[in-house]
Write a protein that binds this ligand. Structure first.
Ligand SMILES: *[C@@H]1O[C@H](CO)[C@@H](O)[C@H](O)[C@H]1NC(C)=O
Length: 429
């Protein structure tokens, strides 16, 4: 404005205006007009965007879903001091069978043979460095890749029964099997089609066998979500899973512990209770199996330094716990956990993101994009009181995303993972 006015003043003084100056004046006024319109345009855009945003949030909020989030506040993660003091012990593990395995989630070491499952639905045995397919519960084809999980199954936890000498394997999709370790012959004992205490199981996860009576305990992580929905499960923090008890002598199957979302499980050596990894809550609970307190669940380890996966007894009466991811302030699930509304928005947006509708956008993202959180390997050994007595770290992330620690009688740790293409092997010092 000021410029225009001063120009007008000078105009009166000059009789004739040079042509360039007229040109300049026209340009200036066009520019100002444009600016003026532009301001409106910006305001309008802001208004429209806000309305669109409010509308979208309302629609998302009202859109019905089975997602029922509950507020859960994680305490600040424990300081890495004392028995949790960082070291590089885990980095000393070697990546065994690198490239020959696909997500060996759980591992059994029995009489010099390793048993594990793979993401393409196979139960494998490893002897003298040779990997063989022991059993495959689903069809052989098209199970070439893990993307056929619903059809091909996903063997997870396994344990050898001292009673019938069979390998018991839980498959996330299909259920519980007993497998003859010599011939690979298998029988299904529990199926996902069975209504158990009024609910169907959606996500079988781990198995543990009572050394006292041979009863087989199963963790049913959720009666709502699939294994592939583990992110949703962690976001919801509304436990709807349970521990089931199968009696091989009678075939009876009952629910023993509820109100949990159990991942790895390990029965105690006296068969009186079962330890449960609650991955979503970064805790370990204990459920009583006998007497008046049967079914009672209490937290024995709070605020863990990471999200626990499988838990297994060591030869010393302690337990190894694999932490599938360490606690980090940038972990989205932890940040939004106290806010159910935010969790619901994230869930619904993730549903849209996964839908066919946005496939073209999704495809634009380069494959193998680096995850936001730094990879950090961590496994811990705990005593019966739930105190950490030893921790092995890999700050470099070379050995990370660990789901299982199996210690053999001769002190070798075998480290499984739902996603790695190797078994970590570490001789304990
Ligand atoms: C496995 O199958 C073989 C052949 O049928 C049989 O001899 C053996 O006893 C079975 N093993 C167990 C532990 O039942």
């Amino acid at each position: 404005m000021f410029v225009l006015r001063s120009r007008n003043c000078t105009k009166e003084e000059n009789e004739a205006e040079p042509e360039e100056e007229i040109q300049e004046k026209v340009e200036t006024s066009v520019f100002l007009k444009w600016m003026y319109l532009q301001q409106h345009w910006i305001l309008r855009t802001i208004l429209e965007t806000s309305l669109f945003f409010i509308f979208s949030v309302t629609v998302l909020y009202l859109w019905p879903s089975k997602f029922t989030p509950v507020a859960y506040r994680f305490p600040d993660s424990p300081p890495l001091t004392g028995a949790l003091q960082p070291n590089s012990e885990l980095a000393k593990a070697k990546q065994g069978f690198k490239g020959e395995l696909n997500g060996p989630e759980a591992i059994v070491s029995h009489e010099g043979v390793l048993y594990t499952g793979s993401a393409d639905g196979k139960v494998l045995s490893i002897h003298n460095g040779e990997i063989l397919v022991l059993a495959q519960f689903g069809p052989k084809n098209p199970c070439a890749t893990k993307y056929y999980e619903e059809i091909c199954g996903r063997p997870l936890g396994m344990a050898v029964s001292p009673f019938n000498g069979h390998l018991w394997v839980i498959d996330a999709i299909f259920g519980l099997y007993s497998v003859n370790m010599t011939t690979g012959e298998f029988k299904r004992k529990v199926s996902a089609d069975q209504l158990i205490a009024g609910r169907y199981s959606k996500f079988f996860n781990d198995v543990s066998i009572s050394p006292v009576n041979g009863r087989v305990y199963i963790s049913d992580t959720s009666t709502k979500w699939r294994r592939t929905d583990f992110f949703v499960l962690g976001l919801e923090t509304n436990p709807d899973g349970r521990i089931l008890e199968y009696n091989p002598a009678t075939g009876d199957l009952i629910e023993v512990c509820t109100g949990v979302s159990p991942n790895g499980i390990q029965i105690t050596s006296d068969g009186s209770a079962i330890l449960i990894s609650d991955t979503s809550f970064a805790t370990i609970s204990k459920c009583q199996l006998i007497g008046k307190t049967r079914g009672k669940v209490e937290v024995v380890m709070k605020n863990m330094p990471g999200f626990p996966d499988n838990i297994r007894a060591s030869p010393r009466g302690t337990h190894w716990v694999a932490l599938t991811a360490v606690r980090q302030p940038t972990i989205l699930i932890e940040l939004v956990s106290p806010c159910p509304f935010l969790k619901e928005m994230i869930y619904k947006l993730s549903m849209i993101w996964k839908s066919e509708l946005v496939r073209p956008v999704r495809d634009m993202i380069p494959k193998g994009s680096k995850p936001m959180n730094k990879k950090y390997g961590l496994i811990i050994e705990i005593n019966e009181k739930g105190h950490v007595i030893r921790s092995l770290h890999d700050n470099s992330g070379k050995i990370s995303s660990i789901s299982h620690v199996q210690e053999s009688e001769d002190g070798v740790l075998y480290l499984g993972s739902a996603t790695n293409d190797y078994i970590g092997i570490l001789q304990l010092s």
